[in-house]
Design a protein around this ligand. Structure first.
Ligand code: BEZ
Ligand code: FE
Length: 273
């Protein structure tokens, strides 16, 4: 084993995965290892830097629990979550584009009637907003029974799950369309907000000269029997950070006007067959 080159070392490591019983796991591990070895060689990683990296990953693990998912935040801020969305859920031409899910969705939001408000805890800075439109299939046919799971940060920039002062399920609701496919949500104009930076993912952002802000948005999961579910946001055209979203989630087709207390947007779903 003396005088072995990095390339020979890589080949030896990869060969140990040749007989992985789960072929897909073997493929994934080999590719990840190849890229890791190439990265170490490319940057000439020092022993101290490698230990610092492992220490950082351990710190991220220690920060994860049922309320805080620091690994997801790292994946989001490195653009990996959005890349996985991009390669797995390529939107068919004319359908609503997907974007990141994010860590702040909560199951069990209340089922509300069309036009109802998702505001439980009104705030002084609230700017009323009605979001409305239609859920249709590609040909513009209204979809009856489409479900819209809606959530957003309150006007103070925090989700209910981040803020003990808010009532659980504040700014959340599930709406179901009738025969006309129309939906209407009464809410407040969303604000831009910073993703948590009190952990290692935030420390990495700041150490590399990046900010931790997301542009103002409302989250939607729109689903209907016989159609592909779309996980997406609507972004306020007047918001800051549209060009530098910390999690790379902005798509031009999802930027809408939220002036004058209203926002109109039609969700177009792709049939599953
Ligand atoms: C969000 O929009 O809720 C979100 C997405 C990714 C990371 C942090 C927050
Ligand atoms: Fe959000």
């Amino acid at each position: 084993m003396s005088n072995i080159t990095p390339a020979e070392h890589l080949a030896e490591v990869l060969s140990r995965f040749d007989d992985a019983p789960d072929a897909r796991l073997g493929e994934i591990m080999k590719s990840a290892i190849r890229h890791m070895h190439e990265f170490v060689v490319e940057v000439g990683l020092t022993r101290e830097e490698w230990f610092a990296g492992m220490e950082g990953l351990a710190a991220i693990g220690r920060m994860c629990d049922d309320k805080r998912q620091e690994f997801i935040l790292l994946s989001d801020t490195l653009g990996v979550s959005m890349l996985v969305e991009m390669i797995n859920h390529l939107a068919a031409e004319g359908t609503t584009e997907p974007t990141v899910f994010g860590p702040f969705h909560v199951d069990g939001a209340p089922r509300l009637a069309m036009g109802d408000s998702i505001i439980v805890d009104p705030m002084d800075d609230d700017e009323p907003l009605t979001v409305r439109g239609q859920v249709t299939s590609l040909g513009g046919v209204p979809i009856e029974g489409a479900e819209l799971d809606v959530w957003q940060a309150a006007s103070n920039g925090f989700y209910d799950v981040q803020d003990d002062a808010q009532t659980p399920l504040n700014m959340r609701g599930i709406f179901t369309t009738g025969a006309d496919g129309r939906y209407e949500v009464s809410t407040v104009r969303p604000v831009s907000y910073p993703v948590p930076d009190d952990g290692p993912a935030g420390a990495l952002l700041h150490a590399t000269g990046r900010h931790n802000w997301r542009p103002a948005h409302v989250h939607f999961v729109v689903s209907a029997p016989g159609y592909k579910t779309v996980i997406t946001h609507l972004f306020d055209r007047d918001s800051d950070f549209l060009d530098s979203d910390v999690v790379f989630g902005v798509r031009d087709s999802l930027i809408v006007d939220m002036n004058d207390g209203r926002c109109d947007y039609d969700f177009v779903l792709e049939p599953t067959v």
